[in-house]
Write a protein that binds this ligand. Structure first.
Ligand SMILES: [Zn+2]
Length: 99
């Protein structure tokens, strides 16, 4: 099992301080390797995520998620990537000048 990515899969950390800051700052760029939220947030800001959601090209994102989480964690990780993508987009809209 040494080559299984799930050996190193991050775990849910609801108290993660970096995720808490990232929910208020779209540009927050500190990630804890052991945190599922941080790991999925890191994937949510990649070009692969953008292409999956905006250019109907889901395979690169799928491969990125599988590299980190493996098949067992894929669906939960994909759900969280989508949540982070929406959160970051919402924050960026709020930060954008309105006039
Ligand atoms: Zn985190």
């Amino acid at each position: 099992m040494m080559n299984s990515p799930t050996c190193f899969a991050p775990v849910d950390r609801p108290d993660c301080p970096e995720c808490a800051r990232a929910r208020e700052d779209a540009n927050h760029a500190i990630y804890l390797a052991t945190c599922l939220g941080c790991a999925t947030r890191a994937i949510a800001i990649t070009p692969e995520a953008w292409r999956a959601l905006n250019a109907s090209d889901p395979d690169p994102l799928r491969q990125a998620i599988l590299r980190t989480f493996g098949e067992p964690g894929y669906l939960e990780a994909r759900r969280r990537v989508w949540e982070w993508y929406q959160t970051i987009q919402r924050l960026r809209r709020q930060e954008a000048p309105t006039a």
